[in-house]
Design a protein around this ligand. Structure first.
Ligand code: C5P
Length: 402
């Protein structure tokens, strides 16, 4: 979406906070965002937040003479490539369906000759109401694109349809809208591991780690975007499923290995998961009870299978390119270079995960790519950019071999 211009209309809804993340992510991908904030939208996010993230002024007053002189509502919508309403309240959908134009947002929507996408967000009963459903049909028939909503828990305490799509889904929909990127990996298959694993102590307790899954999920998406048939094998995370991937959810390292083996053959394997090195020797079948006065139970640990090493040694099923990760807290490049040898993989993406780096659960990553040719030091990038750059190098490697 490099160079594309998005006119973002923010209406009133608790989900408006997620829209801030959408602005950040689409700008990371090179798109420009200009915001219109409705009166009720301003009850949920401030013009200052939108202005800071979009690095542009925020338009919120239809009757401002300066705006009308410098940037009339017609121009505002004509200068964009697409209009995105997020969150789109039930009230806004009704106004759009009826063609009302009582404020800047609705005027821009009525005056535009550009495509319109909406990400609805509302209470389940409002979503299900026949009035809203009729408005949706009208808007769909006019070509308005709908992103979500999703089902789930709502801020009002109810459960059901009406949660706004996650920022990643909205960005995916915008990317799909802006058209296909060159599918440099079409015809290839990839397996990507992501997230932590959970190793049971008993049916209610487990051992885990702080991996968020952000980097692994971003890599799966970047490969899928390039046309690669991608299986994402993921431990428990809060990341939304990346569009275009087959997602296999697992809990333990042993399940992850089994899922990866089942996904073979593949041309590419990227092991970004933070797999637990050990599991308890015998997970208890029932909950371990705390006995008054008794000593705490001792956990006997045994080693988990190494998925990266197993895929690297998979004989004639070995993917042509196996990429591992090395999370290090010191001597990052030296340790990662040794790890590449030890695991038998082709490339290692090494990163510093010392607490000061903020890598775990953070949005950026400073990595070094270790290949047979040596170490490449990358600048600090967002995890999405790390993923895109890695996917581009993977594509180049296969193109060179053709
Ligand atoms: O040995 P270490 O855990 O530092 O190696 C990290 C790399 O190995 C990562 O690519 C990780 O996904 C992979 N790994 C694995 N299975 C394990 C442990 C690590 O695939 N049991």
């Amino acid at each position: 979406m490099q160079g594309k211009r998005i006119l973002l209309i923010v209406t009133g809804g608790i989900a408006a906070y997620k829209t801030l993340e959408v602005i950040r992510r689409v700008r990371e991908r090179g798109a420009a965002v200009r915001c219109i904030l409705t009166k009720s939208g301003a009850q949920f996010v401030t013009p200052l937040s939108l202005a800071a993230l979009s690095e542009d002024r925020v338009y919120d007053d239809l009757f401002s003479l300066t705006d009308e002189h410098e940037m009339g509502h017609i121009n505002l919508s004509r200068q964009a490539d697409v209009l995105l309403v997020a969150p789109a309240s039930a009230d806004m959908l009704a106004k759009m369906a009826a063609g009302l134009a009582g404020d800047l947002a609705t005027t821009a929507l009525l005056a535009t000759d550009k495509p319109v996408l909406v990400a609805p967000a509302m209470n389940v009963r409002m979503w299900e109401h026949p009035a809203t459903q009729a408005n949706i049909q009208i808007l769909k028939a006019r070509g308005v694109g709908f992103i979500g909503p999703n089902a789930g828990d709502m801020a009002c305490g109810e459960h059901g349809m009406g949660r706004m799509a996650e920022p990643a889904e909205i960005v995916d929909a915008l990317e799909a809208f802006f058209g296909p990127v060159v599918k440099r990996l079409s015809g290839r298959r990839a397996i990507v591991t992501s997230g932590p694993t959970h190793e049971a102590i008993d049916p209610v307790r487990y051992i885990a780690n702080r991996s968020s899954g952000k980097q692994g999920h971003a890599i799966a998406k970047a490969l899928a975007d390039m046309g690669c048939e991608t299986t994402l094998v993921t431990g428990p995370t809060h990341q939304p499923d990346p569009m275009g991937c087959r997602v296999v959810r697992i809990e333990s390292a042993r399940d992850m290995l089994a899922a990866c083996e089942a996904a073979l053959p593949a041309d590419i394997a990227v092991c970004a998961a933070a797999v637990a090195d050990w599991r308890t020797a015998d997970a208890a079948e029932g909950k371990i009870k705390k006995q008054p006065g008794a000593a705490p139970p001792a956990l006997k640990m045994i080693e988990n299978p190494d998925i990266l090493a197993a895929l690297s040694a998979a004989g004639n099923k070995r993917p042509a390119l196996v990429v591992g990760f090395a999370a290090e807290t010191s001597e990052v490049v030296a340790n990662a270079t040794a790890k590449r040898q030890r695991k038998g993989c082709d490339w290692i993406v090494a990163n510093d995960v010392s607490p000061a780096s903020g890598t775990f659960s953070g949005d950026s990553n400073t990595v070094h790519l270790i290949t047979e040719a040596g170490a490449e030091h990358w600048p600090t990038l967002s995890k999405t950019d790390v993923a895109d750059r890695l996917a581009a190098l993977i594509a180049a490697r296969f193109e060179a071999a053709e």
